[in-house]
Design a protein around this ligand. Structure first.
Ligand code: NDP
Length: 479
């Protein structure tokens, strides 16, 4: 593993790597120490980035699809060539182990980054003919929107940036990206890589606080914002985008329910339930966050999950034997602690964890909580951390209602050996993705997005690419 981590981070504006107006500290969540200084963009610098993206748009959008694709595949190759440094920086700034439980650490995020970049380049936006006869031809064309503003979060900083940037650019738009101020470093390294591959102004990367995000959403020369983050920020973005009718893709929070039926094969599903609940230490939008288990298999599943929870190690992500790292930031750790305290006050039973044992970083142990039900904050609110409520149920109709009672609607799952029945139940869940015998499994060819308060718009696949375009219907009257 390379230790060649650069200590100077710059932004990419108008084809140049530049310093910010000032700097801010990026904290290593495993040590609470300052890991690096990152550039803080001024609003003037953001305006320069938008102006540069706007002036690059006519040429970039006029390239053929294959010309843009070639550049983006070259970008993916260059990212791959910098893998050692990116993976290590990702582990240091985000906290996730290099390898981690089930191989779902920084290496996994990096693998996903490359897989999505390349798979997205496999989609095209050819015109569709809806009618052609002797008199009339009608075609649907997909046109790029202009400058896209991308605002990304701290849980998967590199991969989510790629989810935004690659389809936006492939469709012919230019981009201004702002990473979370918690985890800007891998994205700033990506800026350095992209500088030598993409034409000037096609991709601009500015780092800084939410203020810069807000300035992006209000900017009159930005045509669309793609955002992954919290629901309250999603609402603020929607309000702020109204003035110039920005197109939006909002991928917001989730409080996904998983429903385990009486006939589920508990030993077979327990490792998958564990992995999909605690992936990235629970800091995953579509992690399993409320586990409803039929009373007849509840205790058995709890036993299996406890075996797994007590066999894993939480520690510094750079230590090879760490299965899980710290929470990414103190605010998130405090949310997890508050939800645990509320559960305790309501008489819930903690099967594992529930107390901070190591405060050298923002660590919280893998925590399983039972004897808890709807109404406790841990069930009703998104924990976004390593603590899972396990809720007993008896009646399937009632549990579907409880799963759907949540305002969020990102994902949901049903676990059973009767696949047809499980699929019928899964289709009744009010969410953008429904899984049978899995949860949170996503791939580049399957559209992903939320309903209700989890947002709107889809990412991935052809549908995801189309989100970065508008339709022009061309009517050709032949006589
Ligand atoms: P936010 O939604 O506040 O932040 C996400 C991104 O939005 C960051 O880049 C942030 O910048 C930026 N931002 C903040 N305010 C504005 C604004 N007014 N306009 C435009 N952009 C803005 O998430 P948090 O980091 O505060 O996390 C809070 C909660 O969000 C978590 O507890 C979790 O529940 C959820 N979350 C969901 C994620 C998902 O994948 N769906 C990912 C991360 C969090 P900056 O960080 O620089 O302030």
């Amino acid at each position: 593993m390379s230790t060649n981590t650069s200590t100077t981070y710059q932004m990419l504006i108008n084809g140049q790597l530049v310093d910010g107006a000032s700097t801010f500290d990026v904290i290593n969540p495993a040590t609470k120490e300052v890991l690096a200084k990152a550039p803080q963009a001024s609003v003037e610098q953001l305006n320069e980035a938008v102006a540069s993206a706007k002036s690059a748009f006519p040429v970039w959008s006029a390239l053929t699809h294959d010309e843009r694709k070639e550049k983006l595949l070259a970008l993916a190759d260059a990212i791959e060539a910098n893998g050692g440094e990116l993976i290590e920086t990702l582990s240091k700034e985000q906290g996730k182990p290099i390898k981690g439980f089930f191989d779902m650490g920084a290496g996994f995020e990096f693998g996903g980054t490359l897989a999505w970049a390349r798979a997205t380049c496999g989609y095209d936006l050819k015109p569709e003919t809806v009618q052609e006869d002797d008199n009339l031809k009608i075609e649907i064309h997909r046109k790029p929107l202009g400058v896209v503003g991308s605002i990304t979060p701290w849980n998967y900083p590199l991969m989510i940036s790629i989810w935004h940037v690659i389809p936006a650019l492939l469709a012919g738009n230019t981009v201004v990206l702002k990473p979370s101020e918690m985890t800007p470093l891998t994205v700033l390294k990506f800026a350095e890589i992209a500088k030598d591959i993409l034409p000037t102004g096609v991709l601009n990367i500015v780092s800084g606080s939410g203020e810069i995000g807000a300035a992006i959403t209000a900017h009159p020369d930005i045509s669309k914002v793609v955002f992954t983050g919290s629901t309250p920020t999603g609402r603020a973005i929607m309000r702020s985008s109204a003035d110039n009718l920005k197109r939006l893709t909002l991928e917001l929070g989730g409080n996904d329910a998983g429903i385990v039926l009486a006939d589920a094969d508990i030993e077979a599903i327990a490792p998958k339930i564990f992995a999909t609940s605690f992936i990235n230490n629970g800091q995953t939008c579509a992690a399993l966050k409320r586990l409803y288990v039929h009373e007849s298999v509840h205790d058995k599943l709890c036993d299996e999950l406890v075996k797994l929870a007590t066999s894993v190690k939480t520690g510094n992500g750079l230590e090879e034997d760490s299965d899980f790292g710290p929470l990414q930031n103190e605010k998130q750790l405090n949310i997890v602690k508050e939800l645990a305290e509320d559960a305790k006050a309501k008489g819930a039973k903690f099967l594992t964890g529930g107390e901070v044992v190591d405060d050298t970083g923002f660590f919280y142990p893998i925590t399983l909580v039972t004897d808890i039900t709807d109404g406790a904050r841990l069930v009703d609110e998104e924990q976004f951390g390593p603590i899972l409520p396990i809720i007993k149920f008896t009646d399937i109709e009632e549990v579907i209602q409880r799963a759907n009672a949540d305002d969020n609607g990102l994902g949901g799952s049903v676990w059973s050996t009767d696949i047809d029945n499980a699929q019928k139940i899964a289709s009744r869940l009010e969410c953008g993705s429904a899984w049978v015998n899995h949860h949170g499994a996503i791939q580049p060819n399957a559209p992903f997005g939320g309903v209700k308060q989890s947002g709107f718009g889809s990412e991935f696949g052809k549908v995801g690419l189309e989100e970065f375009t508008s339709i022009q219907t061309v009517h050709v009257h032949k006589a």
